[in-house]
Design a protein around this ligand. Structure first.
Ligand code: TXA
Ligand code: MG
Length: 340
């Protein structure tokens, strides 16, 4: 398929106007358009059009029981596709939208079952990215958009990742530089009595709790350090799949930073002496934002370099963004964590 590429940074105001009109038109027609958000790039289609939804699953190679996040322009649009009490949602929207927070709410009949993987709940967010919002406004419909990677690969955070995975597979790609956050949105479930974090992200559980004046729980599947524990079904269906996985074996080393660095250096030398190609991922101990922004890129680079083994330093999970990054890292490594 011929993919129309709109590289926003290279266009003048008039050309941008035209690009968004065209891309919005493609979404309305049931085609797929990839667009940037502040978290990761998304592969978007009309959330109310079953044919578009099917294209998304097919293009990503995504299991059909894994529901999609709906991207909308504002809170009014949330009322339009949900049912039930929206008090907590409204408070959170006021505090964090536009931004990297996804809320799970009860859906109404406008949202096809196919979009939500058969669930009667729906995940929604208003992204804090000018480009994403312009596309949503132009298309005039909620845009269902999972991360724009082929299923199982790290989410795309830079234009080159999107082109690698998706050029020729979708009708349109909007490029606008790299994503500022770099890991996917925090998902919070507001459909039960208790408020539960289903996927950690930049928006911290403490901050969510403060805004709604309630205790916030963390889905127990997220606290797993071993695959056995992780196999307790997580409430976000997508969290159960193997994710972000590089081709190489990956080991995460946990402990005092100096010891970890020493151990990594040691194993690196040993493996290289055996003729293996070794990749190392060590972020600054306090550089949580940098780690979030760069992790997926680093993992993709490792694949490109064709390394045999990746040695990584654990991230401090006391910090909430650190916890979110470590959640992705652990999955990349298939729970291969060594204490030093
Ligand atoms: O930052 C993000 O959220 C990015 C950008 C593009 O917005 N999107 C994203 O979508 O990460 P995706 O499809 O890669 O991840 C969606 C996650 C999956 O784990 C899915 O199972 C969960 O959200 N999810 C979607 N709808 C849900 C629902 N109704 N109940 C529970 N979990 C849901
Ligand atoms: Mg994803």
């Amino acid at each position: 398929m011929e993919t129309k590429i709109f590289d926003i940074k290279k266009l003048n105001i008039k050309e941008r106007e035209r690009a968004f009109a065209l891309a919005g038109e493609l979404i309305k027609r049931g085609e797929l358009v990839i667009f940037p958000t502040e978290t990761v790039y998304g592969i978007g289609g009309n959330a109310l059009d079953i044919k578009a939804i099917e294209k998304i699953y097919k293009t990503k190679g995504r299991p059909s029981d894994n529901p999609l996040i709906l991207h909308v322009a504002n809170f009014e649009a949330v009322r339009d596709i949900t049912t039930g009490d929206l008090d907590r949602a409204e408070k959170l929207a006021e505090a964090f939208w536009p931004g990297p927070l996804t809320m799970v709410l009860n859906k109404n009949i406008k949202v096809p079952d196919r979009t939500t993987g058969g669930l009667n709940t729906v995940a929604v967010r208003v992204p804090d990215d000018e480009t994403a919002r312009r596309l949503i406004e132009k298309s005039g419909v909620p845009i269902a958009a999972p991360s724009a990677n082929i299923s199982g690969k790290p989410s795309p955070t830079k234009p080159e990742h999107v082109l690698e995975d998706m050029k020729g597979k979708v009708a349109g790609i909007i490029l606008d530089g790299e994503c500022s956050v770099g890991i996917e949105s925090t998902i919070v479930d507001l459909t039960g009595k208790e408020v539960v974090i289903l996927r950690p992200g930049k928006i911290a559980p403490e901050d969510i709790g403060r805004v709604i004046g309630e205790n916030v729980k963390i889905d127990s599947a997220l606290l797993a350090n071993k695959p056995e524990e992780a196999s307790k079904a997580p409430k976000a269906p997508g969290m159960k799949y193997k994710h972000y996985a590089p081709k190489a074996e990956m080991i995460i080393f946990q402990g005092a930073r100096a010891d970890v660095e020493q151990e990594i250096a040691l194993i690196k030398n040993k493996k290289e002496a055996e003729g293996k190609k070794v990749g190392v991922i060590i972020f600054g101990e306090e550089d949580f934002e940098e780690a979030a922004k760069e992790l997926f890129h680093r993992l993709r680079q490792m694949d490109k370099r064709g390394v045999d083994i990746i040695l990584a330093a654990a991230i401090d999970t006391e910090n909430s963004l650190g916890f979110a990054v470590m959640n992705r890292m652990i999955k990349s490594a298939g729970y291969n964590v060594k204490e030093v």
